[in-house]
Design a protein around this ligand. Sequence first.
Ligand code: NAD
Ligand code: TYD
Length: 359
Amino acid sequence: MRNLKNILVTGGAGFIGCNFIHLLLEGEPEFTGRIINLDALTYAGNSASLTDLAGQFGTQYCFEHGDICDRGFVDALFKKYGIDTVVHFAAESHVDRSIYGPETFIKTNVMGTFTLLEAARNAWKEGDGVLFHHISTDEVYGSLGETGAFSETTPYDPRSPYSASKASSDHLVMAYHHTYGLPITLSNCSNNYGPYQFPEKLIPLMILNIVEGKPLPVYGDGKNIRDWVYVEDHNRAVWTILHTGVTGEKYNIGGENEWENIRLLHTLIDLVSQKAGLDPEKVRGTITFVKDRPGHDRRYAIDCSRIKRELGWTRKVGFEEGLAKTVDWYLANTSWVDGIRSGEYQRWVEKTYGERCRY
Ligand code: NAD
Ligand code: TYD
C-alpha cells in the first residue's frame, strides 16, 4: 500500500479532476495528504467546481494556476511542494473540438504530458515512494464491431486527433517507465458521466437542451455505442490504482454498461421530463438527426476484468441511480451551469453548431 503525501493533480478544475479532489477531501476521511491542483483554467476548467475547498481544508488543498507545458513552472511546483505523486488528468478532452482545432490537443496532451514526465524524471532521481499516474481513455483502442471488448492488450488504433494525442501520451508514459525506470501506472477508462461535466459532452448537453426546449442533435443514425461509467466509480478506481496498482502496468476501467446513443437519449428524455414536469412526447419531437461526426467510432466496450480481479475494484453506482443523480445535480446547480455556459463556450456552440449539422 503506497503512502501518498503530496499529490500533484493536473486538470483538477475539469470534470473528472474536480470530482477526484472532492472525493479525496470529502469522501476519504483517512486521506491525510495534500493536494496541489495545477490547472490552466481553459474553457473547460472552472474554479466554481472547487469553491471553498481551500477555506474548508486549509493547507490540505492548494490551487496553482498554470500550464502543464510550462517546464519552469512545473519544476518549481515539484520543488515547492515535494511532490511524490502525480495524477495527470489535464487534457483537451472533446473529440469534436479536436476535429475543429487539433493543435491544442497536440500541445497539451502530447507536449504537456512530455513536460510533466521530464519534470518528474528530473525531480525523482531516487525513484522510491513516488508514482506518476496517467489518466487515459478507451478511445486509444479505436472502434469495435458488434462484439468484443477492449482489454489491456488490445493494440492501439486511435481514429480522432483527440484519441491520437492521448495514445501518444500513453506511449510516452510507458516509454519513460521502460527507458528511465520512472514509476508509472496508467488507466484507460470509458465514457464518464456525473456532476460538473462540461455541457458539450452528450449527457449534460442533452439534459440542458431538454430542459430548455432546444434541439437534441443526434449524430448519424444514433446507433453508436458507448460504455458509461459514473465519475465517482472511475475516481475510486484511480484511487485504488494509486494505492495498490503495480508499477509499470495499465488498467482498463469501465461501467460494463453499453448504450446506443439514441436509446440513452430516450431514457434521458423520460427521466428529465418526469423531474422537470415536461411532456416527454413533445420533447421527443425536438430530436434532430444531424450529419455524422467525421471518423465517428462506432462502438466502445471495456473489459475491466483485470482491475476487478487483481485490485478488487468494482463499480458501485448503477446506471439508473447515476443518471438520476446527474439529472438532479444539473437541475439544482443552475448558477454553475449559467457560469460555465457564458463566454467562450457560448461562442463555440454558436460558431460551430450550424457547421456540425452540415458535416
Ligand atoms: P475536462 O475537459 O473536463 O477538463 C480538463 C481540465 O484540464 C480543465 O480543467 C482544463 O482547464 C485543464 N487543462 C487543459 N489544458 C491544460 C494545460 N495545458 N495545463 C493545465 N491544465 C490544463 O476533461 P475531463 O473530462 O475531466 O477529462 C480528464 C482526463 O480524463 C483527460 O485526460 C481525458 O482524456 C480523460 N478521460 C476522460 C473521459 C471522459 O469521459 N470525460 C473518459 C476517459 C478518460
Ligand atoms: P461525447 O460525449 O462527445 O463523447 P465521445 O465522443 O468521447 O464518446 O459523445 C458521446 C456519443 O454521443 C458519441 O457517439 C457522439 C454522440 N453525440 C451526439 O450524438 N450528439 C452530440 O451532440 C454529442 C456531443 C455527442
